[in-house]
Design a protein around this ligand. Structure first.
Ligand SMILES: [Zn+2]
Length: 413
């Protein structure tokens, strides 16, 4: 049997189960689930806590994170469009070391809350150039022991502006993994479609995954998703295309939405949802506002077998001053916003926060032999209990090694 690197004993591995079992890991992989005694260099007594694959934060912006510390009180409460303008002020002053320090702080904060893998957008445009990409590539390479970080080149200011496509190509050549998109910053419908065309060209030319942020204005008038679904289906690369936000899917009439969701499922695309940011984004005056349509149709997408991924989006910046990178909190917001409080919903939310993101990033996550030993122990025996309690992550394992332990003892005095 040999000596294992790590054994986790007395863990609850089946949501809500009464019995516990042991899991062992070697060379960064799970090798032996079961109850037999194993010889391991390091041991963790789970004490009956719930063991899960680590959180995968499917969408965030490390380069912007913690900009809050540099903002004035008047820099808050603006519309999405005004915030995008304000961001440029900060980006002009970006320096690699300062940006990296901010990103590292938030990366460690996420890891402490159970995140073992994440995809971060990184702005690529003529305002900041390649400074954010270079800083986050360095960070990615230095922090591999703590988390798996995957980067997505995000043309925050549009891709049609002269010089931007070239910068996107430079970022991909430097090692940024995925092509990102932001079509709504372009001037009109035709330009937005052209933006999408350029993204598909880049993804095919460099053989990369594609993630497009789309339809987040909360208005049924902004509905570019059908065009993206069409392109994804025709390209034959649908399983490598993800769309983020997609709020208009909940604002257009049913027949139209259902046809598009069938198209998403048929193409094998992923949908990424960031509930907190979706719920708080402020829109220009006059735009239709309904509580129910501030977030996409997650339950309908799940019913169709679509890979729905959870992400935290922004952390303490212009777009979301209250973000803190907690996937547990994001699960809770999703449960409330989507009315996902029935039995079984907590498990579905956990899958969106772990396995779905791993699928997006091409990682083998799970509790079976052969899966990555990227794991966390949560305070509780059931996911519903974790979500309804004073939730916390007790321990995080990355590559078969414990990287975080939390001591959250409470004393009444
Ligand atoms: Zn975002």
């Amino acid at each position: 049997m040999g000596v294992y690197d790590l054994a986790i004993r007395n863990a609850t591995v089946k949501d809500g189960a009464a019995s516990t079992c042991d899991i062992a890991a070697r060379d960064g992989r799970i090798v032996s689930p079961g109850t037999g005694k194993v010889d391991a260099r390091e041991e963790i007594d789970a004490g009956g806590r719930l063991l899960s694959p680590g959180f995968v934060n499917g969408h965030c912006h490390l380069d912007k994170s913690d900009l809050l510390s540099r903002m004035e009180p008047g820099d808050f409460g603006k519309s999405l469009e005004e915030n995008r303008e304000l961001l440029k002020k900060f980006k002009k002053g970006y320096e690699r070391a300062e940006l990296k320090a901010r990103a590292l702080g938030v990366l460690r904060e996420m890891a402490a809350q159970g995140v073992t893998a994440l995809r971060s957008q990184v702005d690529v445009d003529t305002t900041a150039g390649l400074v954010p990409a270079e800083a986050l590539i360095e960070l990615r390479d230095e922090c591999g022991r703590l988390v798996h970080l995957s980067l997505c080149a995000f043309p925050q200011e549009g891709v049609l502006r002269p010089g931007t496509r070239e910068l996107m190509e430079e970022a991909l050549k430097l090692g940024v993994e995925a092509v990102g998109g932001n079509p709504y910053v372009e001037a009109g419908e035709e330009e937005r479609r052209r933006h999408v065309d350029v993204l598909f060209e880049l993804a095919a030319a460099y053989d990369r995954d594609l993630e497009i942020q789309v339809d987040e204005s909360n208005s049924p008038g902004d509905f570019l998703l059908p065009y993206i679904v069409e392109k994804a289906s025709a390209s034959g690369r649908g399983s490598r295309v993800a769309v983020t936000h997609c709020i208009s899917l909940a604002a257009v009439e049913d027949a139209r939405a259902l046809a598009v969701m069938d198209g998403i499922a048929g193409a094998g695309m992923s949908v990424i949802v960031t509930p907190s940011c979706n719920m708080i984004t402020r829109f220009p005056e006059g735009v239709l506002r309904r509580g129910a349509n501030s977030i996409t149709r997650v339950k309908d997408l799940l019913e169709r077998g679509v890979n729905v991924v959870l992400g935290t989006d922004n952390v303490r910046d212009i777009f979301y001053p209250l973000g803190n990178g907690s996937m547990l909190r994001e699960m809770h917001v999703a449960a409330v916003a989507l009315r996902m409080t029935a039995a079984g919903d907590a498990r579905r939310l956990l899958e969106m926060a772990t396995l779905a993101g791993a699928r997006l990033l091409g990682l083998e996550y799970g509790l079976e032999p052969g899966c990555a030993a990227d794991l966390m122990l949560m305070e509780g025996r059931s996911m519903r209990g974790v979500l309804s309690g004073a939730a916390s992550v007790a321990c995080v394992v990355r590559g078969g090694r414990p990287v975080v332990r939390t001591d959250s003892r409470v004393r009444f005095t």
